[in-house]
Design a protein around this ligand. Structure first.
Ligand SMILES: *[C@@H]1O[C@H](CO)[C@@H](O)[C@H](O)[C@H]1NC(C)=O
Ligand SMILES: *[C@@H]1O[C@H](CO)[C@@H](O)[C@H](O)[C@H]1NC(C)=O
Ligand SMILES: *[C@@H]1O[C@H](CO)[C@@H](O)[C@H](O)[C@H]1NC(C)=O
Ligand SMILES: *[C@@H]1O[C@H](CO)[C@@H](O)[C@H](O)[C@H]1NC(C)=O
Ligand SMILES: *[C@@H]1O[C@H](CO)[C@@H](O)[C@H](O)[C@H]1NC(C)=O
Length: 658
């Protein structure tokens, strides 16, 4: 039986290597996280219990360098003999193949390399698995801009006590100095209240700002001494006054799903490559970003031009931490908070969050896979998971219209956004499908209210949902996405069809898809689902159907040439109600850039550009339906600030006069 036994370490080693490759480069699956240590231990035990055949031979005839014949000899009489003989032959001819297949070898050096590869792979997997537990990032200091309004912004910062001394820290802010202009003095902003109960994180508001204006802020002690961090002031741009009828031209980014160091590289535990790619594209030269030190007028002009094309914010649609991938790190407050700190510690992510406001939604992996809250805020592990999400990502978001909830809406000029919470109120998957709800009563009412307000006060309406709205994705999306909530989904879609220019933005599937929802007579709704920003995608296995079974009938008027001359005829056209018009599944690093241009109200335009692995993979232009806007008192009053915005547009800067 010697030969069969000799194959056991070969098989175990190969199983281990394939699992390690899949785990570190393709998908960091929890199943592989279990298979890996088992396969590795079994391989070690097998090696230890079964001395390799060549060693037996070595021992028996005492030769340091056994010949090929000697190696093959013990197997000759067996039915597997030919196979083994072939392998040993391969060994002597092709060392690389021998090492790759971990075949038994007579060469000590080859055996050593084979074993070293497995040990290195095991250590790599261990590093990848253990870093989230070991790297606590407890000293991390950071600040970023959260919600941006026309007249105020939310600023979040974390400043744990340095040398155990807590000090009062305040914001100082000013208008961003223009090149060549003299130094503008700082205004004292609000004081932070850093508290261990909130993991030394706090959110404050800078109020009394002008709309559509550039500012910068820094952090200082109460006596006005600048703190070492941030080393250069953080810049931000207030949103335009939504009451101005002039239209807007701006862009923003949308994506979801990120984790550190995947696909894995050794000793890169803090890297999030998707953000490295993004910052290289947005801010190609660090110098182009430091406008304060820039005195060259020509350079500053190109800078302003570049800046006007830069995105105004990033919408991040959840799976910001992977609390349970590859393995669940635990359900305590500290377990969840540590994962957020680790992300903010990443210098890849820092290059983005210090320059770009980020508005967050969460999804299941901020809590646990495919979480459904049933509206029960005490259902574990929701309380601890939501505490960490709230501190790091939700408090800096726009306020919800219902206090201490996570759904919210906001506006950028004449574009309106509603960001849903698809986890806290959703019914469990075990319930009867027709009775399942995703949003819960209060959120559903808030959504309908927002939709009808936005109907004629906003040109584009962005409905933001972490999980896809389409029913076309299979696998677990059939119950975890909107497909598993058919009754609620149908009524939402019906309402959205009645509103022109509705765009659904989603993430979650680690693929990109563009879907249109057609109606017999009402408006077409479109969905763009973009992910992952920096995480795995699944090669080869595809679960998206290209269209749904349901069809709608469109009446079209066509010109027909008859003998009596041209005449209009009506043609009925059957088209799918739900139709995928672009599908790009591959790519570890994806985001969509959405350009909105409503400066010509007769022809509002939306352009989408999908970037995959740093390259433009798809572009799409949508000519929106023209809208006659009604200004609404619900938008808040910015009349006086609106005047300044008008002055700014014609190049007069009233701040110089005040
Ligand atoms: C301000 O306070 C810091 C410590 O908080 C101290 O080092 C510095 O000397 C003080 N500066 C002035 C001008 O009082
Ligand atoms: C720009 O700022 C970065 C740090 O944010 C600094 O390393 C770099 O030297 C600055 N470049 C210029 C030209 O000032
Ligand atoms: C939540 O965190 C607290 C404090 O860390 C801990 O005592 C509690 O057991 C955690 N709850 C769960 C369900 O793990
Ligand atoms: C939007 O406006 C149209 C036209 O006034 C109306 O028919 C439709 O019901 C409105 N939709 C919603 C959701 O308010
Ligand atoms: C278009 O006109 C031709 C005669 O020129 C006629 O035979 C045909 O049926 C018409 N098509 C439709 C769809 O009415």
């Amino acid at each position: 039986m010697l030969h069969v036994q000799a194959l056991i370490p070969v098989a175990l080693s190969t199983l281990f290597r394939i699992s390690a490759y899949l785990f570190l480069q393709v998908i960091p699956s929890p199943i592989l996280a279990i298979v890996l240590p088992i396969a590795f231990s079994a391989w070690i035990i097998a090696l230890w219990m079964l001395p390799s055949p060549s060693e037996r031979k070595e021992e028996s005839d005492g030769k340091a360098h056994p010949t090929r014949t000697a190696t093959v000899a013990p197997f000759h009489y067996h039915s597997f003999g030919r196979l083994i003989e072939a392998q040993v032959y391969v060994e002597s001819e092709d060392i690389v193949l021998n090492i790759l297949l971990s075949l038994p070898s007579s060469s000590r050096r080859v055996r050593w390399v084979t074993n070293a590869i497995n040990i290195a792979l095991f250590l790599a997997a261990a590093e990848f698995l253990c870093t989230p537990f070991l790297d606590s990032a407890s000293d991390i200091i950071f600040t970023r801009v959260g919600a941006v309004y026309p007249d105020n912004v939310k600023i979040v910062a974390r400043y744990p006590p340095i040398d155990d001394i807590t000090q009062s820290i305040r914001i100082i802010w000013r208008e961003a100095p223009k090149s060549g202009a003299q130094e503008i003095s700082w205004h004292d902003g609000p004081l932070f209240n850093f508290d261990e109960n909130r993991d030394w994180v706090d959110v404050v508001r800078i109020k009394g700002l002008w709309p559509n204006s550039h500012y910068e802020y820094s952090l200082a002690t109460t006596n006005g001494t600048l703190l070492p961090y941030p080393s250069t002031p953080i810049k931000f741009h207030t949103f335009p006054d939504p009451r101005l009828p002039s239209g807007n031209k701006f862009s923003f980014l949308v994506s979801s799903c990120m984790t550190t160091n995947f696909p894995y590289l050794p000793f890169q535990g803090r890297r999030i490559k998707g953000y490295d790619l993004l910052s290289n594209l947005l801010y190609p030269k660090d110098s182009a970003y430091n406008s304060t030190t820039d005195t060259d007028v020509a350079a500053s002009k190109t800078l302003t031009k570049e800046r006007s094309m830069l995105p105004e914010f990033l919408l991040f649609l959840g799976d910001f931490i992977y609390a349970d991938v590859p393995i669940y790190t635990g359900s305590t407050l500290e377990d969840y908070r540590r994962l957020y700190r680790r992300n903010y510690q990443s210098s890849s992510f820092r290059k983005i969050y210090e320059r770009l406001p980020i508005f967050h939604a969460y999804d299941d992996h901020e809590i646990i896979n495919n979480y459904a809250g049933d509206g029960d805020d005490l259902k574990p592990p929701f309380p601890n998971a939501s505490d960490a999400f709230e501190i790091y990502n939700a408090n800096p978001n726009y306020d919800s219209i219902h206090e201490s909830h996570y759904y919210y809406d906001f506006r950028y000029g004449d574009s309106a956004f509603f960001v849903m919470d698809t986890r806290r109120y959703r019914s469990s998957a075990t319930d009867d499908l027709s009775a399942r709800v995703m949003l819960g009563d209060a959120q559903l009412a808030a959504f309908y209210n927002w939709l009808s307000r936005a109907n004629d006060t906003a040109v584009f309406k962005f409905v933001v949902t972490s999980v896809p709205f389409t029913t076309l994705w299979g696998h677990d999306a059939a119950t975890d996405s909107w497909a598993g909530f058919p009754a609620e989904r149908t009524s939402l879609l019906q309402a959205m069809h009645s509103v022109p220019n509705v765009i659904i933005l989603s993430g979650d599937r680690h693929e990109f898809a563009a879907i249109e929802y057609n109606h017999d007579s009402l408006h077409t709704v479109r969905e763009f689902s973009t992910s992952p920003l920096s995480m795995f995608y699944i090669p080869l296995y595809r679960t998206l159907k290209m269209q749904g079974a349901e069809v709608v009938t469109r009446i079209k008027h066509r010109l027909n040439m008859t003998n009596e001359g041209p005449e209009y005829i009506t043609v009925e056209e059957q088209i799918p109600a739900e139709n995928v018009f672009k599908y790009i599944p591959s790519g570890n690093y994806k985001w969509s850039t959405i350009d909105v241009d409503t400066t010509d109200l007769e022809m509002p335009v939306l352009r989408l550009k999908l970037t995959v692995d740093g390259k433009t993979a798809y572009s799409y232009t949508l000519n929106g339906t023209p809208i006659k806007l009604h200004t609404s008192t619900a938008l808040g009053v910015f009349v006086s600030t609106g005047i300044k915005d008008m002055f700014n547009k014609i190049g007069i800067h009233p701040s110089k006069w005040f």
